[in-house]
Write a protein that binds this ligand. Sequence first.
Ligand code: UD1
Ligand code: CA
Length: 459
Amino acid sequence: MQEIKWLILAAGEGKRMKSATPKVFHKVGGIPIFFRILNTAKKLNIKAGAVFGKNIEKAKKYVKDVQINIFEQTERLGTAHAVMCAKEFYADENGYTLITPGDIPLIEKNDIENFIKFTFKRDADATILAFRTNNPKGYGRVFEIDGEFFNIIEEKDANEEEKQNNLVNSGIYIFKNSLLLEYLKEVSNNNAQNEYYLTDLPYILKHKGYSIAVFKTSEEENFYGVNDRKQLSKADSIAIKRNIGKHMDNGITIYQPETVRIEDDVEIGKDTIIYPGVIIEARSKIGKNCIIKSGSIIIGSKIGANTSILEYSHIEGAEVSSNCSIGPFARLRPGTVTEEKVKIGNFVETKKAVLREGVKSSHLTYLGDCEIGENSNIGAGTITCNYDGEKKHKTIIGKNCFIGSDTQLVAPVKIGNFSYIGAGSTITSDVPECCLALSRVKQRTIKDWPKKKGKKCNN
Ligand code: UD1
Ligand code: CA
């Protein structure tokens, strides 16, 4: 295959977004628009470059960890001018350049793959990706005569009759590099917007005798452009709907899918059931046969097979193993790791907590910076006091321990295997294996105390 590179035009100011964040770094489906495009390039193994404008300093921060050539368009003089600013990118005269806008989050790998194949099969000098739409407003209109490309007329330059044409320019093209190098400079800004339009280049090339082909697709939605917040949320809804559709096709039950949000790159195993109002984000991985009940939010976490996440649980940066039961109303914070058959019940919060197989913590508890050995039971109201006002300290509980209700474990502290802590204890020093530790004040019971105080003791 001929060498082809992908140039993303993103020097527009995105004014209509009214945002301090450059438009192309707003998220759709949980991933910045720009990275959705880059991911497509990556999947196709195409080297990418981008033109940024006034937003370049901010943009550079966003892309600092990716391999990409960046070019600057200091003045926004139009799409042809933007392409000229990236000359070094297409300096190889034998190659091709795919040019796309930076604000099309819904583009699919297949669209680009088919477009490239079409270009090479036709051996065209330049190609334009176009589609028919019932709502052509705002797009450049693509005209053909006898099935041959004729020209593109921008909405603002079109007369009423021309505006009736519903074959529109997606803003996606492929050009031979040699032609970009030689003829871009012939594009003028003699038009309604006084801009150098890239859309004029195919017309110029055609008149020089080069072959221009129009690739038509019916996948209009894939080229949806984001210019304002309403379009951003529409694109996001489409992306989420696609994700949900894909998961259902893969054998996942999702009830009332219109209430569920599953962002991009989430993995879910077969026969998992997802109830209304669930949110799953940030590349979470859910095993098979899980149940995720309503209102639960899972962010950047792994959930093993056969695990239940009961209503309104919030799980972030956690690894939950298989056959566990979490919630309702549990909060698992980053660094929580559970082995199999762990139970974390209502109003339990965990953070940097490792719970070995079979640990149970069923109610009202804070487990932070701790390790709990297998089959230990943590009573209601237990608190690991991990913070002394300056530093965090660890609590280590052995296996098969029983921590009575309302225990405070003042870290750093260790409880040996098979030990018991009496309810209501404040444990400040280590407890060896196989002990009972108690630290509560001995109970006093004073007979007839109420009577002596003149209070009633019968009806
Ligand atoms: C452009 C096309 C139009 C097409 C539409 C598809 C032109 C003249 N028109 O119109 O035919 O139907 O896209 O969405 O190309 N940009 C720069 N530098 C500039 C101007 C624009 O980098 O000086 C970038 C923008 O950031 C954007 C892309 O180029 O990503 C397209 O620019 P935009 O102003 O959105 O063009 P449209 O009016 O949508
Ligand atoms: Ca646009």
